[in-house]
Design a protein around this ligand. Structure first.
Ligand code: ZN
Length: 292
């Protein structure tokens, strides 16, 4: 299956009503048991508000509740299209680009981008990596540094991102406060299953991993990229290269405070690299569980 193109997008979502109907279908659907009268109901779209009404008791369901669209005055179709744009790129979407494509203010565009990244992180989730017979590369990278000397952010104001990549599998990346054992080894231990073969460089922050994992070290200073037994962290380093080059090209720079959301956006796409056609469908069907 191929990812849908812009023409297919607009044929599937021709207007706001189609988008709202889609939201209702994927989250509730006809026959959904009314939370108020407890009967399986036919639901009717209300003309007066963005809601559906129970055939029996007239109770309302708002399909956008709890989603990133809920409190927004931006038309739903624009939100869907913005999400579509995030699935069409390898390098991310800047607020400027959203402003231009959607015809909204820069402030609105920036906020939408930020919410979409948050949604991508939620949909991606964080299932633990590895397991018996699996190998996970771990590595940290330093991003930014436009505010040199800022304390607690590592070398020269840079923000540290820790990445864990299961070979031929998923990636989890997170911003960490520093290069300590607590920030590196403990974060790996929380996100990688015990018994996994873990490959790391010689950074002291990873030493403690030997207690829980089959730990292999790569001495980059001595051996270059690939050690004598073939151990390497090349896959995660490719991800770092792509992340940094994209941030530079698309956003110029991202502050440490917001970096995590951008990292999660790239994590979402990376984890779907073998099935890019699933990206839009997932983002437009998976919303937070509701407690109605
Ligand atoms: Zn009802």
């Amino acid at each position: 299956m191929k990812p849908i193109n812009v023409r297919q997008f607009f044929s599937q979502f021709p207007d706001d009503a189609a988008c709202l109907a889609h939201m209702f279908e994927v989250r509730f659907g006809q026959g959904y048991e009314c939370p108020k009268c407890k009967r399986s109901a036919k639901w009717y779209r209300l003309a007066s508000e963005q809601a559906f009404s129970c055939q029996w008791c007239g109770n309302h369901i708002h399909p956008m509740v709890g989603s990133i669209f809920e409190k927004s005055s931006t038309p739903l179709q624009l939100w869907f299209y913005a999400i579509f744009l995030f699935t069409q790129t390898r390098h991310g979407v800047s607020a400027k680009e959203l402003q231009r494509q959607l015809g909204v203010t820069y402030k609105t565009a920036w906020r939408m981008g930020s919410m979409i990244r948050k949604h991508m992180a939620g949909v991606d989730g964080e299932r633990p990596l590895g397991g018996n017979g699996e190998a996970v590369e771990v590595d940290e990278t330093y991003v930014g540094g436009e505010r040199p000397g800022k304390r607690g952010r590592g070398a020269a104001g840079k923000t540290i991102v820790l990445g864990m990549l299961e070979r031929n599998g998923d990636l989890i990346a997170k911003v960490v406060p520093d290069g300590s054992t607590k920030s590196l080894a403990h974060t790996v231990a929380r996100n990688v299953k015990a018994g996994t073969e873990v490959v790391a460089d010689m950074h002291k922050g990873y030493d403690a991993l030997e207690h829980r994992f089959e730990l292999k070290r790569v001495n980059k200073d001595r051996d270059g990229y690939v050690g004598p037994d073939g151990e390497h962290v090349n896959s995660i380093e490719n991800f770092w290269r792509h992340l940094k080059c994209s941030i530079k090209g698309t956003h110029v720079s991202v502050s440490g405070k917001h970096l995590e959301r951008y990292v999660k956006e790239f994590e979402f796409r990376f984890n779907r690299r073998m099935r890019p056609e699933a990206m839009l469908a997932e983002l437009l069907t998976r919303f937070p569980e509701l407690d109605v």
